[in-house]
Design a protein around this ligand. Structure first.
Ligand code: ADP
Ligand code: GLC
Length: 478
């Protein structure tokens, strides 16, 4: 099938979190299955400034609906196209919350379809991701609805995070350029003064997927539905949960260029040298005897920082653990981790920022990886941790529940430490479980190897997407 895949970020060109990883790895896996992929994302400043070989294939493609022109730039990989429109994407960063944030991603949505037109390329599937591209399914039924090029196209919308919905005031309605199709907008909410990108994707896409089976269930409940649970329940027959996977080209301890000492399940000793390198880089005292807890994360309320701070501080104070944190985001969390690092020099370290090499070194060098999320659609870092023999400590929610099982020493089964209650007590309990097991080297290695043996490859997950593509195109009966 011909698949048009549109995303606000695509690694390694642009990335703030897991969406970038998925938009790179999933299309790759689908391509290996024989599908033909066109991936479209914006030409942010960091893409043009990066060390990528890019080709300006189609200059000045017009977008009649909004009266703009963009250049379509192709990467050397032959799959990734970039929408070059400097007035919108030539700014610093990826997401900006400027007054025209909605227009930036509407332009991306139009441009993806205009690129198809320019190439005479007729997609079977238009697969879009998160609120940024949420108007695609409606555009396919309105502005582009009479173009034979898109007559076959079925839309698939993937929810990576229901917490960000792209809700704007009704003043943006003209920027949607829907003309006589304006009646297709959610009229009640329009009258109430708001337009939601996510909501229109849920109404008009042919299939809705999200990034784990548990999250697919959770978002249909009031607790995790962010106000859209009723709408999702209404479409429950078209809602599917497919866990994310990991790209072994990028996240593989035996070939990771960021690790000073590569290792595998059969030679776990290699991990010690990485731990030594991590402790040195974090200016933590070099004694390897302490359980070193790693965290790599966007610092947002979703990630459960609140419930982790005090349990970590107590165990740092008692001298039981070491802590290395890499992250950026909300000020309050940056300050809290900054405070922890200052309070426990030589035991705790906080690097504020985004750093690919440090993210890999933490996965390779820490003993456990902490992810106490309030909610987690899929989560990738816990899967990277499993692959790196760095057992994850997670809360049982979303994709964390689907990818990590609590270790049972009696049976030697399980891959990490899983707690249920969103509380400091939950985190403390799980940390203590890890501390106790860490004393037993034989048990610890069983735990590490169990995780490393898990198959979270994208190959398997791409098969599930393939099934959904065939379902919406009518190739396969539900
Ligand atoms: P989310 O998408 O909610 O942020 P995921 O676990 O799915 O969570 O993916 C996070 C991705 O972003 C991982 O690849 C992780 O390594 C990366 N990441 C997050 N924060 C940083 C950071 N500060 N520096 C480097 N990589 C980061
Ligand atoms: C979102 C979610 C995360 C998921 C990622 C990629 O950012 O927070 O859980 O892994 O998208 O799907």
């Amino acid at each position: 099938m011909k698949v048009l895949f549109v995303s606000a970020e695509v690694a390694p060109y642009s990335k703030t979190g897991g969406l970038g990883d998925v938009a790179s790895a999933l299309p790759g896996a689908l391509e290996r299955m024989g599908h033909e992929l066109t991936v479209v994302s914006p030409m942010y400043r960091r893409v043009s400034d990066g060390a990528h070989r890019l080709h300006d294939v189609y200059p000045e493609i017009p977008i009649p609906a909004i009266g703009a022109r963009f250049d379509a730039i192709l990467a050397d990989d032959g799959r990734n196209w970039f929408v070059d429109y400097p007035p919108y994407f030539g700014r610093e960063g990826i997401y900006r919350n400027d007054g025209d944030e909605h227009s930036r991603f509407l332009l991306l949505t139009h441009a993806a379809l205009e690129l198809c037109r320019r190439r005479g390329w007729s997609p079977d599937i238009v697969h879009v991701n998160d609120w940024h591209t949420g108007f695609m399914p409606l555009f396919l039924r309105s502005i582009y609805g009479s173009d034979p090029l898109f007559a076959r196209a079925q839309s698939v919308f993937t929810i990576h995070n229901l917490g960000y919905q792209g809700v704007f005031g009704s003043h943006i309605v003209d920027d949607l350029a829907l003309g006589s199709s304006r009646y297709l907008l959610h009229q009640e909410h329009l009258r109430a003064g708001r337009v939601s990108f996510m909501e229109h994707a849920l109404i008009y896409s042919d299939a809705i997927t999200t990034v784990s089976p548990t999250y697919a269930y959770e978002i249909q409940t009031p607790e995790h539905g962010f106000g859209l649970d009723a709408m999702l329940r209404h479409r429950s027959r078209d809602v599917f949960g497919i866990l994310n996977g990991i790209d072994p080209e990028v996240w593989n301890p035996s070939s990771d260029p960021y690790l000073p000492s590569p290792y595998s399940a059969s030679e776990l000793e290699g991990k010690h040298a990485n731990k030594a390198a991590l402790l040195a880089r974090a200016r933590i005292d070099p004694d390897q005897g302490f359980l070193t807890v790693g965290i790599v994360t966007r610092l947002s309320a979703q990630k459960g920082i609140e419930i982790a701070l005090r349990p970590l501080a107590r165990r740092l104070d008692a001298g039981h653990i070491r802590l290395v944190v890499l992250g950026s985001g909300e000020r309050r969390y940056e300050e809290a981790f900054g405070w922890l690092a200052a309070a426990f020099p030589g035991r705790a370290h906080f690097q504020n920022g985004y750093d690919e090499s440090m993210a890999h070194l933490i996965e390779g060098g820490a003993d456990v990886f902490l992810m106490p999320s309030l909610y987690e659609p899929s989560g990738l870092n816990q899967m990277y941790s499993l692959a790196y023999g760095t057992p994850p400590i997670v809360r049982r929610t979303g994709g964390l529940a689907d990818s990590v099982t609590h270790y049972d020493p009696a049976r030697g089964e399980g891959t990490g430490f899983v707690f249920d209650h969103y509380s400091e007590g939950g985190v403390g309990w799980a940390l203590d479980q890890a501390l106790t097991l860490f004393q037993n080297k034989a048990q610890w290695q069983i735990l590490q190897r169990n995780g490393m043996a898990e198959d979270n490859s994208w190959e398997r997950r791409a098969l599930e997407y393939d099934r959904i593509y065939r379902r919406v195109t009518g190739e396969e009966q539900p």
